[in-house]
Write a protein that binds this ligand. Sequence first.
Ligand SMILES: [Zn+2]
Length: 387
Amino acid sequence: MKKYFIIFALVLAVSLGLFLTFAPAILDEERNVVVEHQAYEISDQAQQLHSSLLIGDWHADSLLWMRNLSEQYDYGHLDFPRMQQGNMALQMFTTVTKSPSGQNYERNSSDASDNITLLAMAQRWPAATWTSLAERALFQADKLYKLAARDPDNLMLIRSRIELAEFLKRRQSNPTLIGGLLGTEGSHALDGDLDNIQRLFNNGFRMMSLQHFFDNKLGGSLHGTSGEGLTQFGRDAVNKMLALGIMLDVSHSSEQVVVDTLAISNKPLIVSHTGFQGHCPSPRNISDKLMEQIAAAGGLIAVGFWDGAICGNSPATVAAAIVYGIGLVGEDHISLGSDFDGTVTTSFDGSEMAVITQALLEANLSEQQIRKVMGENMLTFLQTYLP
Ligand SMILES: [Zn+2]
């Protein structure tokens, strides 16, 4: 009997070991897909223009996974070498802290069990992250700090206008330097405590999205069950974020939350990864009318690269969504919001960003429009609204 118990315990230990070793990478590879394709043809004109752009992206969840971003991988969407091959300069690294099982764009209960808990355990995150969403955000931020400390020639953290100016200066002599910023994906990361806004701010967070896939203490999600607007807690949180100089991201928020936030915010909003209803009638996207209001208040709408937002994922579809956005709200209000490494399937990774420039040229956008959308609008926004 005892012998069988020992064998059983050994099998269990080995299985657990194998699970801990391989599961995170398998999951990462399975969730962050680049569709197989031949090398894209980039014209000399597109390549030349692309090399001269300052490229910025408002949304990548790369810190969620167990990759060392200083090294190049053959799966997932982003790491520093691939970003440098794609001439990416500014990257908002968003931190996912909770994702409901059975996640969908229509309706998710806030009581659904959470997928990130198991992922955190499988990736051997500190025990504090198993129960605290704020700790999950802070742990992912810490990863970025450690990368910047170990790899200063490739990554610099940007938390202020002064650091942004320094980044631009350093980039003149080091043209592949990446500027990393920190944001949250959903303010359940506050663990229901307003004081955590200051704590996250102190740890470098400069953009906070209000909701993710489910309603939270701040208000309704676009994919939740209530459709509610901002709660009193949500209003208090928004006011505190604005007072500190944290940029507000309303991706995934219910339309009523967007309306309420527009009404009380004295600064423009960002939709960090989205598409347009008028171009892609998906439950992932808020109405064009709200997009117009966000833009009219000076906001930025960052176009994603995946099917759920733009009804396709080819470079031509990304370009079509951008062209539609420019037609709707003007070239000063459109930006990039890849959602790279955000459990999406794309048709190119960070190293192949030139294919967007190519597709935008093919869509007859002017060089100036391409410059703005690819990064200059983001740069201007950061220069204006970072603390
Ligand atoms: Zn998202």
